[in-house]
Ligand binder design. Structure first.
Ligand code: MN
Length: 253
């Protein structure tokens, strides 16, 4: 089977190396990944400048673009046939709850889904990132890849996988997307020329410890698999919004 591997930590990250190596045991693997770290770029696409892909070693293409660029370019330009599966990861750090809307790792799997390819994202939630932790996550990703290749995914669905670090996982949980508690911290500093500058996204963030969520499972040592889809419609809001009569007389049912 042909598997396209990408990430947002960059082609030189240990997570992508562990994943590509493990998958290569049973599959043909082509890596198309950003040439440097592009975490938290979300689903951004490079439309106003050219992209260059350098094959830094056989089957490893470093692209000066985003994770989404890599999947798009990989599928339409660099691969000689469509991939049977696209895997994004192994990301350094979890991608759970509301954070996934920022995630380049998850967006790459999203892009593959848009291109009609089965896909999943895999992230390692850990504070220390030892090589052996990536090995555990790579092993799980490899066995999940086999299952996905054999059974297929439901239509328009991709998987967001988060593996706990530290110890051996206690098991696997199918979960829903959890809820992040963001802090409104902006650090303001002054540069050597006397001008203010700012850092956003600083500090340890909490989460709502809700049963059945990705955060809940991973914080208890389980591998979390959240099935995601691209339809962002909030169906539960229709009742509330239809009362606004936005569609005019007779427009609502
Ligand atoms: Mn990352």
């Amino acid at each position: 089977m042909l598997i396209l591997v990408t990430n947002d930590d960059g082609i030189h990250s240990p997570g992508i190396a562990a994943l590509a190596e493990k998958l290569s045991e049973k599959n043909r693997v082509v890596v198309v990944a950003p040439d440097r770290e592009r975490s938290a770029v979300g689903h951004s696409l490079t439309l106003h400048s050219p992209l260059r892909a350098e094959e830094i070693r056989t089957g490893f293409f470093a692209v000066d673009g985003t994770p989404t660029d890599c999947v798009n370019l990989g599928i339409h330009g660099l691969l000689d046939s469509p991939p049977d599966l696209v895997i994004s990861g192994i990301n350094r750090g979890g991608n759970m709850g509301d954070d996934i809307t920022y995630s380049g790792t998850v967006s790459a799997a999203m892009e593959a889904t848009l291109m009609g390819s089965p896909a999943f994202a895999v992230s390692l939630e850990s504070n220390r990132f030892q090589t052996e932790d990536f090995a555990t996550a790579a092993e799980f990703a490899s066995s999940l890849a086999e299952t996905v290749l054999e059974r297929g995914l439901p239509p328009d669905t991709f998987l967001n996988v988060n593996v706990p670090g530290r110890n051996q996982p206690r098991g696997v949980r199918l979960t829903r997307q959890g809820k992040r508690l963001y802090e409104d911290v902006v650090v303001e500093k002054v540069d050597p020329r006397g001008r203010k500058y700012y850092w956003i996204g600083v500090g340890e963030l909490g989460f709502k410890d809700l049963d059945g969520t990705d955060f809940h499972a991973v914080s208890r040592g389980y591998i979390s698999i959240t099935p995601l889809h691209l339809d962002l419609t909030n169906y539960r809001s229709f009742d509330h919004l239809s009362a606004w009569k936005l569609e005019g007389e007779g427009g609502n049912r």
